[in-house]
Design a protein around this ligand. Structure first.
Ligand code: C2E
Ligand code: MG
Ligand code: MG
Length: 651
């Protein structure tokens, strides 16, 4: 390299040479003068011997000075040579590319690393110009810190990242520093030093992927989605166009996750991601917001009927059987849609309102879609709020409690059992089961709530045995709990942990639960029965009341719904109401089922029931005896026996 620099700095070289030659000449002259004086037998005695001495001394001093100067110049020349050799060695072994470039960009020197990085040899590079090696655009788009096109123009004084072209038309990212050498020579040379930063760029890209993409599905994540939505909104505003945000959520993902395991759940999410991408154009963004919730930004369509068509297509594409490692899983998805600008001015609002529409779609039934409308918002926000409260409460183990309502034998007035009923109250605000049970069911919280109720009910039942011997407890099962294949194990564990005799536990099922696949339902019921628990049909008469399933599934208890009991003392429908209840009682009796009348509020109803149930054992649950009470009240205040119903009845 420094051969080149020597050549580039010839003026300084010449000056140095002149110095050396001048000094050498003076030395030779001095030596010759002394020898001549000696030969002529000088010093001149004109003004005495001292003059000769002085001249000799001056000549010697001059000689010493000249020798010193010559030595200095020789030393610096040697230093220069040493530096040159040293630097050549360094640049040869440097892990960075080094090039000496003149003002026109011609490459006067390149070190081996520069040649290796770019794939050219020194001779080839010597015929090239440095700016031609700089890419005018970053192939990675945005990965660099600087605007690359500027480098090609301002390369002579540059420090930053750049992309260099290699001999095989590839590109290599480098950290580039170009420094002008302020030498007195012509040509204004510069030194370009560049370091391969492929690893750094890769790490940057990995970080970017982590920050902007979902690692499980490879889809855009929430952050990138919001980025894209805000860019799309700017574009839409410029082009006076609209855009659409669509949110899709699997209807039964939690159940699939619980039943097939998380690995299968993850696999399913990957397949859903692929399916969604297949439903939209490449210009649209599909994103995984988290869990089983996906969002799609549509820029290609905005007409409501086109969006409706697409939403239907997505819903049906996701209503299929996917093959995962653990087997075949059937899924469906609900979809909510929000339009820009009418449903939101920014990504957050659009997503929130698409979520509101999604919530409504879920309520409307699986596999459906809904467009956001402003009136949806309030009701849904209220439900979302309840869902949040439930989640927070379940996490902090607060809010949930269990009350117990006695079941009283109609004829003796004795308490024969209790129904456990979930209660929710947080921060002094209570929610009725009618409000929170369906929300807990949809939010995937009912399993946990059901388990806690079951545990508390069993512990309570054990605790009240000294006061109400053989009084069992009835626990309501939700559809999700009933379909969970782990239910028998869960119940069995709770029974053994609480020390509760299984025959004291009664499981209340609604009619709709029994309408599923016969074999599956039968197997679940058999498993539950094998635990030694009793099975009750709750709210009988309100669902798809069918004698067939009462017989087929061999349940033990039938609970007549409150609506029939209400009919007992209404003047107009008195006879019809009574006939209906009489028929249910007769049927239940024939099938050897225990009977519970629910929601009995008045003594008059009790009397009618007593009359209709002559000779048939029947228990009564209702405000006429007691509202649901807390365990403490049950243990200390509830009477052990109520007054038996009177026999006097007006028909
Ligand atoms: P359900 O299982 O039919 O429970 C009986 C409901 O009737 C209870 O309402 C009870 O308080 C109410 N009730 C009892 N006697 C009377 C009466 O004389 N008059 C009136 N007006 N109502 C009476 P609650 O506690 O509000 O529960 C409502 C429903 O919520 C329950 O109906 C049940 O389906 C569900 N539920 C309650 N707790 C749970 C639970 O732990 N798990 C599940 N899955 N569902 C539950
Ligand atoms: Mg019940
Ligand atoms: Mg009921």
């Amino acid at each position: 390299m420094f051969n080149t620099l020597k050549a580039a700095d010839t003026a300084a070289g010449k000056r140095q040479a002149l110095w050396i030659y001048g000094c050498m000449s003076l030395v030779l002259l001095g030596v010759a003068g002394v020898l001549l004086m000696d030969w002529l037998n000088w010093p001149i005695q004109l003004q005495g011997g001292h003059v000769g001495l002085a001249v000799n001394l001056a000549a010697l001093l001059l000689l010493a000075g000249v020798l010193w100067l010559a030595a200095r110049q020789l030393q610096s020349g040697r230093k220069f040579l040493v530096q040159s050799v040293l630097l050549n060695g360094i640049t040869d072994h440097l892990g960075a590319g080094v090039m000496a470039v003149d003002a026109s960009g011609a490459i006067a020197f390149s070190n081996p690393e520069a040649q290796r990085l770019l794939g050219y040899d020194g001779a080839q590079l010597a015929l090239m110009k440095f700016p031609d090696l700089i890419l005018s655009n970053s192939p990675e788009g945005g990965a660099m810190q600087v605007a690359v096109p500027e480098i090609a123009v301002q390369w002579q004084n540059y420090s930053g990242e750049a992309w260099l072209k290699t001999c095989d038309a590839q590109s290599v990212p480098v950290e580039l520093t170009v420094t002008p050498l302020h030498l007195a020579s012509e040509g204004k040379p510069s030194v370009a030093v560049f370091l391969d930063i492929r690893d750094r760029i890769e790490a940057k890209q990995q970080l970017r992927a982590l920050a902007y993409y979902d690692t499980l599905t490879g889809l855009a994540n929430r952050t990138l989605f919001f980025d894209r939505v805000s860019v799309a909104i700017r574009r839409a505003l410029r082009g006076k166009r609209g855009l659409v945000v669509l949110v899709a959520d699997l209807d039964n993902f939690k159940q699939i996750n619980d039943s097939y395991g998380h690995a299968s759940g993850d696999e399913l999410l990957g397949l859903v991601a692929q399916t969604l991408q297949g439903c939209v154009r490449e210009s649209d963004t599909v994103c995984r917001l988290g869990g089983d919730e996906f969002a799609i930004l549509l820029e290609s369509i905005e007409a409501p009927h086109d969006v409706a068509h697409l939403a239907k297509g997505i819903a049906s594409a996701l209503s299929q059987t996917f093959s995962v490692f653990m087997g075949e899983v059937h899924t469906s998805a609900s979809i909510g849609v929000a339009f820009f600008p009418q449903d939101g001015a920014n990504g957050e609002e659009l997503l929130k309102n698409a979520d509101v529409a999604l919530y409504r779609a879920k309520e409307a039934g699986r596999g459906s879609y809904q467009f956001f409308t402003p009136d949806m918002a309030r009701a849904v926000v209220e439900k979302l709020n309840i869902e949040q409260r439930l989640r927070a409460g379940m996490q902090s183990n607060q809010g949930l409690s269990v009350s117990f309502q006695p079941k009283v034998d109609l004829h003796s007035g004795r308490i024969v059992g209790f129904e456990a009923l979930a209660r929710w109250s947080d921060g002094g605000r209570a929610l009725s089961p009618a409000q929170f049970i369906p929300i807990a069911e949809k939010a995937g919280l009912i399993g946990e709530i059901g388990l806690r109720v079951l545990r508390e009910a069993c512990l309570a039942c054990v605790a009240w045995q000294h006061r109400f011997p053989q009084a069992g407890v009835a626990v309501n099962l939700s559809a999700t709990q009933f379909r969970d294949f782990r239910l028998p194990q869960i119940i069995s564990r709770v029974l053994s942990e609480s020390g509760m005799p299984p025959h004291l536990l009664e499981l209340e099922l609604t009619e709709s639960l029994l309408l599923g696949h016969f074999d599956q339902v039968n197997e679940t019921l058999n498993n539950l029965r094998q635990l030694g628990c009793a099975l009750a049909i709750d709210d009988f008469g309100t669902g798809y009341s069918s004698l067939a399933y009462l017989q087929r599934f061999a349940v033990n208890v039938l609970k007549i719904d409150k609506s029939f009991i209400d009919g007992l003392d209404t003047e107009v429908s008195q006879m019809t109401g009574n006939t209906l209840v009489a028929a249910i009682l007769a049927m239940a009796h024939a099938l050897k089922l225990d009977i519970v009348a629910e929601g009995v509020e008045h003594a008059g109803q009790l009397d009618v029931l007593r009359r209709l149930s002559l000779g048939v054992a029947i228990s009564v649950q209702g405000y006429v005896f007691s509202r649901p009470v807390a365990l403490r009240e049950l243990l200390h205040e509830l009477p052990i026996q109520f007054e038996p119903a009177s026999n006097h009845i007006e028909l």
